[in-house]
Design a protein around this ligand. Structure first.
Ligand code: P6P
Length: 336
């Protein structure tokens, strides 16, 4: 297969798409450049002083890793000057990131998690950058409001992630199929390697942190018991694969089939809806999994239908193969 870059693919295969515009390709190009810089730093993390904590605590009350901060800075630096955004939001920043007046503004809004799973950097586990793209709702020229940003996941115009693992990959969708590109470091280009990704209807893998068993409600325990029992529709237990890195776990399940779960638990009264954020993690991955034929729910409703109330709100997440998600919803339906 000839080597096709991301932009060639976008222009070749989605020319009828409203996303095959010069401004959107500019946005993708800047995201790709940021990812190449982050990938280079992640891949040499063990050799230079970018490991470990910065000693700071982020807006979520979590320790900030140097690579987190580095990735966040690279993305903001590249994207603020691209001339295609009117606002950005990052998991690492409490409020909206304004586009400095020195740079031209555009119509898109970018929401991202600069380095998901970064607590794993020290153990060389794959980590990733997740991004979500919306169009502003208010007319150009006016200042951007939180209303422009707090849009349902179904309003995303594109979503994707970069996974920094044994190879660096980019997976994204504009709603017309899900496509995977692998970075060829010898030419510095992401080349099409996984066209039209489709997630198997039923998986063989379930991914969850079972150490929270005692903090889950009854329907959640029934869900987990189902996947580890031989008496399920598969006729044998699913394999448990959990590496504490959402992007890596999601990517494996997207290709092989399976379900990733991070349910609500009662460990922390301040986080009754679980740990994962809706806007910079769940919504973009939900757009991708649906475009690949899968599903994503909070247990009761479609992730993409949730009306966000605040930028960093959290959501229980069940995401992956369609039949496995339908089973989860049936348990919660019965339990409600
Ligand atoms: P726990 C990483 O911090 C992350 O956001 C996801 O990448 C990962 O799946 C999850 O948190 C791990 O959380 O509670 O299982 O350690």
């Amino acid at each position: 297969m000839p080597s096709i870059t991301v932009i060639e693919h976008l222009l070749l295969h989605q020319k009828e798409s409203p996303m095959a515009t010069g401004r959107f390709t500019r946005l993708l190009n800047e995201l790709i450049l940021a990812a190449k810089i982050i990938s280079r730093e992640v891949n040499k993390a063990g050799l230079v002083d970018v490991l470990g904590f910065t000693g700071e605590i982020n807006v979520q009350g979590e320790e900030v890793f140097k690579l987190d901060e580095f990735a966040n800075r690279v993305l903001i630096h590249r994207l603020e000057r691209a001339g295609v955004l009117c606002a950005m939001a990052s998991e690492e920043n409490a409020d909206l990131i304004e586009i400095p007046s020195a740079f031209p503004a555009g119509e898109y809004i970018l929401i991202f998690d600069p380095l998901d799973g970064s607590s794993n950097t020290e153990s060389n586990v794959s980590i990733g950058t997740i991004f979500s793209i919306y169009r502003r709702k208010s007319p150009a020229g006016k200042s951007v409001t939180m209303d422009d940003v707090l849009q349902k996941g179904s309003d995303q115009v594109a979503a994707g992630y970069f996974v920094y693992g044994s190879s660096t990959m980019m997976v994204y969708t504009t709603g017309q199929g899900v496509h995977g590109f692998t970075l060829d470091p010898s030419v510095g280009e992401f080349l099409l390697s996984h066209p039209q990704i489709k997630i198997p209807e039923r998986g063989k893998i379930y991914s969850i942190n079972e150490s929270y068993w005692n903090y889950w409600d009854a329907p959640t325990r029934q869900v987990v018991s189902y996947f580890k029992s031989p008496d399920n529709e598969r006729g044998q237990p699913y394999n448990l694969r959990y590496i504490g890195s959402l992007v890596a776990g999601f990517h494996r399940n997207l290709l092989a089939g399976g379900i990733f779960m991070y349910p609500a638990d009662n460990r922390d009264p301040k986080k009754p809806r679980g740990k994962l954020r809706l806007m910079c993690k769940a919504a973009p991955l939900a757009m991708i999994v649906e475009a690949a034929g899968g599903m994503a729910t909070d247990g009761k409703m479609r992730i993409l239908d949730i009306e966000p109330q605040e930028l960093h709100q959290r959501v229980p997440l069940f995401i992956g193969s369609k039949k496995d998600i339908q089973k989860v919803m049936a348990f919660y339906q019965k339990g409600s």
